[in-house]
Design a protein around this ligand. Structure first.
Ligand SMILES: [Zn+2]
Length: 339
């Protein structure tokens, strides 16, 4: 999955005392896109490649690698004093010069990977390319670890972007001096990064798994029943409710499998496998558990056998990992290994 970094060491602890250096990297976001630098000819370690394939026989595609820019490259992008500047660009140049002189204020410490620090730049730059995470997955062969940083950096970008003012009294917030949080200097309210828990449910019945396709998404990939946990609800209750709402299938023996941070949507995904509750279920003439599809949300909901189930083209998502686990007969349900 995207968070499985192998030999890489990801350190997400917040160090308020860290100061950006010119050799550190920075992430800059514009909407749903991240600033990247093409690295043609740079070798990507196969263990750190963005894989593609059918999920069972993953392979590394042809293509170049990417990286992020260093702070010194950001500083070098400003026009030098001696350069001739057009009259109408003069005020903009002065503005930029002021920023160069006070550049550390534009950066917020994010995390480190293998001891290398990464900062968030609050501005958009005029060099490099801003690409969505989908485009990164499609266009580059790696490194996967940097794709994870883009994903997690985006989560923190959303946090800082959405908490510039106090939601209680409206005062401009400040970075907390100890924790990764924004604090209101007026009423002292503290705001932490928001993580939204959601569930993914692999519903199994007689060697088949219940697969869905979302109606309003570009993705043609099969998915599993999924949705956000409501306030006052456990993960298991959310799984039962979502299964009923999306597909009309009653489930029981909801069993936790694994979780996944999914920063681009501020989510924490909790994966469960579950069994159909046959006593409450309806059956078709063919003897299959009846599906009543939520038509606004899903374009499709079907029972698929191991042979029929098509996996995604990479190994990023918990959904795909759960499908692969089913396809390979390795999932555990009701206390014993199925297969
Ligand atoms: Zn306040």
């Amino acid at each position: 999955m995207i968070q499985d970094l192998g030999q890489h060491h990801f350190q997400n602890q917040y160090y308020p005392e860290k100061k950006p250096g010119k050799e550190d990297f920075f992430l800059s976001f514009s909407g749903k896109s991240v600033l990247v630098k093409r690295e043609s000819g740079k070798k990507v370690d196969p263990s750190d490649a963005i894989m593609s394939g059918d999920g069972l026989s993953l392979r590394c595609p042809e293509g170049e690698g990417f990286s992020f820019y260093k702070i010194k490259e950001y500083l070098a992008s400003f026009p030098k004093e001696k350069e001739e500047v057009q009259e109408n660009a003069l005020s903009r140049k002065r503005e930029q010069q002021a920023m160069v002189n006070d550049w550390r204020k534009s950066f917020t410490y994010l995390f480190s990977l293998d001891g290398q620090d990464y900062y968030l730049l609050k501005d958009i730059v005029e060099f490099g390319e801003y690409l969505s995470l989908e485009e990164l997955r499609r266009e580059f062969k790696g490194p996967k670890s940097l794709l994870f940083l883009a994903n997690t950096g985006m989560h923190l970008f959303h946090f800082y972007q959405k908490h510039r003012y106090c939601g209680v009294c409206g005062t401009k917030t400040e970075k907390d001096k100890k924790e990764r949080a924004m604090r209101c200097p007026n009423c002292q309210e503290v705001f932490y990064p928001k993580i939204m828990p959601a569930v993914i449910v692999g519903i199994i019945h007689k060697e088949k798994i219940l697969c869905t396709r979302y109606a309003n998404r570009l993705s043609y990939l099969p998915a599993l029943v999924a949705g956000f946990i409501e306030i006052g609800e456990t993960g298991e209750e959310a799984a039962i409710r979502e299964a009923m709402e999306e597909t009309g299938v009653p489930i029981k023996e909801v069993k936790y499998y694994k979780s996944q941070p999914w920063g681009m949507a501020d989510d924490l995904l909790l994966g469960y496998f579950a069994k159909v509750d046959e006593e409450k279920a309806s059956f078709t003439e063919m003897g299959e558990v009846q599906i009543i599809r939520e038509e606004e949300e899903l374009s499709e909901a079907v029972w698929l056998s191991r042979e029929e189930l098509e996996l995604q083209g990479n190994d990023f998502s918990l959904t795909n990992e759960m499908m692969r686990t089913f396809k390979e007969g390795k999932f555990e349900l009701h206390g014993r290994r199925n297969g």
